[in-house]
Design a protein around this ligand. Sequence first.
Ligand code: FPP
Ligand code: FPP
Ligand code: MG
Ligand code: MG
Length: 325
Amino acid sequence: MMPEVMPCLVPKLASAAEYFFKMGVEGKRFRPTVLLHMASALNMPIPWSATDNLFGSLSGDLRTRQQRIAEITEMIHVASLLHDDVLDDADTRRGIGSLNIVMGNKLSVLAGDFLLSRACIALSSLGNTEVVSLMATAVEHLVNGETMQMTTSAEKRCSMEYYLQKTFYKTASLISNSCKCVAILAGQTAEVSMLAYNYGQNLGLAYQLIDDVLDFTGTSSSLGKGSLSDIRHGIVTAPILFAIEEYPQLRKIVDRGLKEPADIDIALDYLEKSQGIKKTKELAAVHADHAIKAIDAFPESDNENVHISRRALVDLTHRVLTRTK
Ligand code: FPP
Ligand code: FPP
Ligand code: MG
Ligand code: MG
């Protein structure tokens, strides 16, 4: 998935950065799959005035340029995972030892920076400033989201609005902005580009809500990572927020910081007797529905391949809701 990598002057850096691009540890490749289907779903004749012909002819054909967005998105994603595992002091990722454990925190941070810089170079080669701006915004949002999660007041920690904003930054912004970039490269109108963005945004929110459910209901082996990790780190997610709405007395426990194992057990007891998991799944379903509506609103096409990819995007949305890992 890494684009033909330019030679790196520091071999250790290159081998660290390539760690999660090797066969078998490439992850679900959820984002590139979405983006390549988005490219096909919007593959329709566009009035000449709206196309990107000049840049298109200068920097490769449309499909290649959209594929570049998929590669760049995955590089940004993996860069954020490398940094995330340092921040979270994680020991496994994608079922193997995380890079921070294998090569240390310092090299992990630098490998993430290296991937990010390679993503910037690939991005600039597309020669489209709007696309550069959208992807740079997504990177800023990743940092915002992570920081919002790390440094919150007791008040904000229990606010659903704050949680959803943080979730948008941390999870949905990268896929929504990259979907929009695919549409822009295809020369689609602002309206269609916004539908692509809305699809990504709602898919991302649904995905993270289910991820937050799986953190409570999944097992280490099925997730490829430890479960209950959010609550053990004092991170309050949607299931607990819904449980607090039902049992306000849980708020007091959460406000104590969830530092004591006994408090975590109490919170889990409340969660179990509450509708927290069910309500989180319902909210994910609402966002999945918005995502599907965005695809349904795409301009009509009689091209069978366009329809196949639109159906795939809808199927993916369903699968986000039913996944168990
Ligand atoms: C996983 O979260 C991590 C993220 C969604 C993004 C992390 C972002 C940063 C560390 C900011 C730096 C960004 C870049 C581009 C270098 P998680 O810990 O909830 O999920 P996990 O269970 O998969 O670890
Ligand atoms: C690891 O990504 C987990 C995170 C970065 C947390 C937030 C992101 C998501 C839940 C994915 C949202 C993406 C879309 C397209 C809706 P991952 O679970 O994708 O891990 P992987 O790359 O190792 O498969
Ligand atoms: Mg983590
Ligand atoms: Mg984290």
